[in-house]
Design a protein around this ligand. Structure first.
Ligand code: SF4
Ligand code: SF4
Length: 451
């Protein structure tokens, strides 16, 4: 794509990088075929190619983001399906991140929008605040109808309704699996040869505790800890670790995202330097994509670029890690269960991990069924299901309808956002892949399957 930036404009690092990305787009339009918002709305302006044109115009003209552009960028899920499809290697993910930052700096949002964004940014990244907010929301939920009547069909009303719908039945109290500590490798475990692909030396990993996940389902990390320790790994939940920053980053709050990331980088580097780490294991694929991108986030930072690179190099999705170490023990015989595997966008498009979860589930003796249109987002996408409830619900219904056609016993995914989103649209149990793997390799039967 031809661009028209002045030399002065290109002296700005961000603009110069955006311009490089823009130039790689050959406007072929292949990406439109797999873009969920284009599929739902049929409007070129809500397609990747259309968004790229709008971004180019905004950056070239040096104008503040217009309301129209903000609408089309806000509707983008950052699912990165377009990047998987693009034959030209357009780095849409970083382009839209840069655009969101530009919007945050140049566009004045309405008061209600600002309030909702502030609320989400202040609550969700902090487990204690999030837990308290959910408890309060549970108390208020019986009055949801009154709230809906009060707020009508306004955007705020729709968002509040979406939030009410997403409140889980059970809110998890902190457990020892969600607090700092070290879980020692089980004694008498298989001491198989160390994997040369990952340069494993210490059999010690850090596990990201995360922010929302431990409040919504603490058994996910508990299952990961049980399985990893049975495989002979010490698992550390380092003191001081917190939200990965993805949530605020996708809202254009670059500095806040960097603050979260910086704290985690320092915490993990301290662990690497003192006790050594083979990997930083992550059970929420949305966070994994962000942590793998820390190297890019701090690429121009002389103090942090090396450390960020080290952290990104060690970051592994739990299934990616288990696939690399080639599970050294054999599974037990499970009942005959069919599993519909839902590929989270952050895993399949963001991290290009497509086969590992399915092959691990199959090796564990489970029957794995593919879901039609598996490239499409379920509508979760961070806080998209709150901020864009109408589109998110359409995507959820489409995903659940596709799941129903294969009638699985269980649905499995690698991201708490997807698990929550799909879970509110189906009566079938929705689990994290690691909960099924833990069960297959000697752990307890997941509680959701005992109901
Ligand atoms: S597929 Fe890639 S090159 Fe083609 S229009 Fe989309 S982003 Fe541009
Ligand atoms: S990230 Fe997803 S929603 Fe956004 S343009 Fe790409 S495919 Fe469409």
């Amino acid at each position: 794509m031809e661009t028209n930036f002045s030399l002065l404009q290109l002296q700005d690092e961000g603009t110069a990088e955006a311009e490089k990305i823009l130039r790689t787009c050959v406007h072929c339009g292949f990406c439109t075929a797999t873009c969920p918002t284009y599929l739902l709305l049929g409007d070129e302006l809500d397609s990747p190619r259309g968004r790229i044109y709008q971004i180019k115009h905004m950056l070239e003209s040096q104008e503040p983001a217009t309301g129209a552009l903000v609408t089309h960028i806000d509707r983008c899920l950052s699912c990165l399906s377009c990047m998987t499809t693009c034959p030209s290697g357009v780095d849409y993910g970083h382009l839209v991140d840069y655009t969101r930052t530009h919007i945050a700096k140049t566009h004045q949002r309405g008061k209600a929008d600002q309030m909702m964004r502030f609320f989400l940014q202040t609550i969700l990244p902090y487990p204690d605040r999030f837990r308290l907010a959910l408890l309060l929301a549970k108390i208020v939920r019986p009055f949801a109808l009154i709230i809906q009547m009060g707020t009508g069909k306004s955007q705020m009303g729709q968002r509040l309704t979406a939030m009410m719908r997403l409140i889980p039945r059970h809110i998890e109290a902190p457990t020892r699996h969600t607090m700092p500590g070290v879980f020692a490798a089980s004694k008498g475990v298989d001491q198989s040869p160390k994997n040369t692909n990952t340069n494993i030396k210490t059999k010690r990993v850090a596990l990201l505790t995360g922010c929302a996940q431990p409040v919504l389902d603490s058994d996910i990390n508990a299952a990961a800890i049980r399985l990893l320790t049975r495989m002979g790994y010490d698992v550390v939940l380092p003191e001081g670790e917190g939200c990965c920053g993805a949530l605020v980053h996708h809202m254009g709050e670059e500095n806040k995202a960097k603050g979260h990331a910086k704290r985690n980088i320092e915490v993990w580097c301290r662990e690497i330097d003192t006790n050594g780490l083979d990997a930083i294991v992550i059970t929420t694929s949305g966070c994994g994509t962000s942590i793998k991108d820390y190297a890019h986030m701090f690429r121009h930072d002389p103090l942090l670029s090396e450390k960020a690179q080290k952290v990104s190099n060690l970051a592994r999705d739990i299934c990616e890690f288990l696939n690399e170490i080639k599970l050294p023990i054999s599974p037990i015989k499970l009942p005959d269960i069919s599993v519909a595997y839902h590929a989270a966008c952050s895993l399949q498009h963001g991290q290009h991990i497509k086969t590992a979860p399915k092959s691990l589930l199959k090796k564990a003796g489970l029957t794995v069924r593919d879901i039609a249109e598996s490239h499409l987002c379920c509508g979760s996408a961070g806080v998209y299901n709150i901020m864009q409830p109408e589109l998110a619900q359409k995507l959820q219904q489409r995903k659940c309808a596709n799941i129903e056609t294969i009638q699985p016993d269980v649905i499995a995914a690698g991201n708490i956002g997807c698990i929550t989103q799909i879970g509110t649209g189906t009566k079938r149990p929705v689990l994290h892949v690691i909960q099924l793997l833990d069960w297959a390799y000697g752990g307890p039967k997941p509680a959701k399957l005992s109901k």
